[in-house]
Design a protein around this ligand. Sequence first.
Ligand code: BMA
Length: 393
Amino acid sequence: MKLKWFLLPALLIILFLFSQCENKPSPLDRDVSLVDPNATTQTRALFMNLDHIRHNHTLFGHQDALAYGVHWRNDEPGRSDVFEVTGSYPGVYGWEIGDIELGASENLDNVNFDQMRGWIREGYERGGVITISWHMNNPATGGDAWNVEDDHHAVTKILHDGELHENFKNWLDTFVEFANSLVAFPGTENEHLIPVIFRPYHENTGSWFWWGADHCTPEEYKKLWRFTVEYLRDEKGVHNLLWAYSPAGNAADSEETYFNRYPGDDYVDIIGFDDYGSVRQPYQLERFTNRIRTIVNFAEARNKIPAITETGYETIPDPQWWTGTLLHALDHDSTTRRIAYVLVWRNSNNATDRQNHYYTPYPGHPSADDFIEFRNHPLIVFENDLSDIYTIP
Ligand code: BMA
């Protein structure tokens, strides 16, 4: 059949419109400016997708989820208290590398680093998000992260004292090696480094860690953070990190406290806070919701991602805590609903570790039913609900 002459322009217009459709940028394909302009594709995708998902959902995270639970430890692959209660793993996995700087084979909670690497890969390959904290030992005293008596000005020393500075760089190198060893789908075409939300020097507005408020000036803290970013990113070429700043809860009560020690927009991707105080009895829920709102606003004003980087109610003595307190706050209003994720702390093993130090239920725990209800709420996302967040659409 011959094309009628008057159909030709229409055909050209249709072809033109099609070509425009193909070139139209996806809503996620915007210019995000990360701490690391050379971040890997998956790291960039993680940021963009979290930033997208958070408008409708909040991811749920658990520290050390795959390593041990209240009544089991290390022995059975696939176990997780969260999974055993809800039928899904958490959407976010928190891991802790304290003691890696000593060359130890296990972290300060006796989690073996080789196994941790395996669990990180397992959670990531199922589509979960990985975040790492570091209770680094005190580099000036050799004591642990909480060793702050007789102030030793560790931050000043590692920044300015030649020998300690070199030692500190060696400590950072242990993390460089670990970050570079987090490889997904090894040996396949899709082999790549696992993106990590890295959360060093946390709760810095309190004074219980050597990097805390009473032990260094705001300028020294910022210098420490920026040095760490620049050393890892520029000197060591680590490009699979998003950087999370997570001061203690009360820092989220005012702009002045939050930003007093903030290292700067060029050095932070995730704007977080750790809050245990306001989510346990006597509840201070208004304060907690205000803090979430404040963090969301701080993050959105800077094109960052807001998160509750740590929270929880130890042993969850309130059987309705998940929906009555946590969900109540997360789902409070259109602003609180835009927080990207919430991570609760670890389920310490009762027999071999600290007793009564756990933050999610295990099967049979009085808050288990309420935890299932929390998990089923449309706002809340566990690993089963996650679609691919490591591809830029
Ligand atoms: C703390 C407690 C400690 C633990 C540390 C690092 O909050 O859980 O028992 O050693 O975190 O994971």
